[in-house]
Design a protein around this ligand. Structure first.
Ligand code: UTP
Length: 289
């Protein structure tokens, strides 16, 4: 579909968090390298971004996170050995970045998601961009970001991915003050970070996919710490409302919050049940447990 809006070509992957909810697994390994079946979480997010037409992957990393960048490099020794043994190398295709496709910047201190996104400002430049949080694994086809880009091509501006969250869970999300809605696309009138259920403006919670206009970086230039003492992306986005179109979109995909133990286990089981080579063995194992 042709669109009058500037295309979304760049995606920011904030991967500098500490992943404390999954300790000790994440003590020396980045949360985003945790494996669901046969690939790390970051691979699912990168595949989703590429499918949505993203040309430049921007990783915001921190100390101990270099394996995320190495993962997308060529593994010379491995490939040479596999080639020598006549093994099929196509299994590695998606894990190789094209020359110049991947850029990484450092967030020297985990000051919050808003701060992580701001660390990518010089690479993002003057273009709309996507943000993907790899610990939200979005299972769906077409992918969640593809569906969001389709919505962006119709309405432009800023778009957050959202879903109805349980009434007692609003304090875990950025929550939307909704305006007009056509069912899947809802005008965003306000955004509140982690409100208690009694003051939440709705149950429409923002999940880990965003399409943002570059002006959010200027807002983040002066953003003060908010909830939890962190520089919150939600607070910066809220300041764009009224100046630019702002919508929440519900996508046709299942979200697995892999930043949390239960969500991570559920993701593994759900994805395995979706695969012909694993379905029977997983059903048997779960049935026997
Ligand atoms: P989370 O809220 O899941 O934080 O961040 P976390 O530190 O990774 O995990 P817990 O809560 O301690 O278990 C959401 C996303 O934002 C990134 C994380 O890497 C994750 O992808 N993030 C968060 C940063 O890159 N920098 C930060 O300062 C904070």
């Amino acid at each position: 579909m042709t669109s009058t809006f500037k295309p979304v070509r760049k995606a920011v992957f904030p991967v500098a968090g500490l992943g404390t909810r999954l300790l000790p697994a994440t003590k020396t390994m980045p949360k985003e390298m945790l494996t669901v079946i046969d690939r790390p979480l970051i691979q699912y997010a990168v595949d989703e971004a590429r499918e949505a037409g993203i040309e430049q992957l921007i990783f915001v990393t921190g100390r101990g996170k270099s394996s995320l960048v190495d993962y997308f490099d060529q593994s010379y020794e491995l490939e040479a050995t596999m080639r020598g043994k006549g093994k099929d190398l196509s299994v590695l295709d998606a894990s190789r970045a094209d020359f110049g496709e991947l850029i990484s910047v450092r967030q020297q201190s985990p000051l919050g998601l808003g701060h992580a996104v701001w660390c990518a400002r010089h690479v993002v430049g003057d273009e709309p961009f996507a943000v993907l949080l790899p610990d939200d694994l979005m299972a769906g086809s077409p992918g969640a970001l593809r569906q969001m880009v389709d919505a962006y091509n119709r309405v432009g501006g800023n778009i957050v991915c959202a879903e109805e969250v349980a009434a007692d869970k609003t304090a875990s999300y950025g929550i939307v003050t909704p305006g007009r809605s056509d069912g899947t696309l809802t005008e965003v009138k306000g955004l509140v970070e982690k409100p208690k259920p009694e003051v939440a403006p709705s149950r429409l919670g923002v999940i880990g996919r965003y399409i943002l206009q570059p002006e959010v970086m200027q807002v983040l230039d002066d953003q003060e710490p908010g909830a939890g003492g962190e520089i919150q992306l939600t607070d910066a986005m809220a300041k764009l409302i009224g100046n630019q179109p702002f919508h929440a979109v519900k996508v046709d995909a299942v979200r697995h919050d892999c930043g949390d133990r239960a969500g991570y286990v559920r993701a593994t089981i759900a994805l395995a049940l979706g695969r012909d080579d694993l379905r029977d063995v997983v059903r048997d194992a779960v049935g026997a447990a």
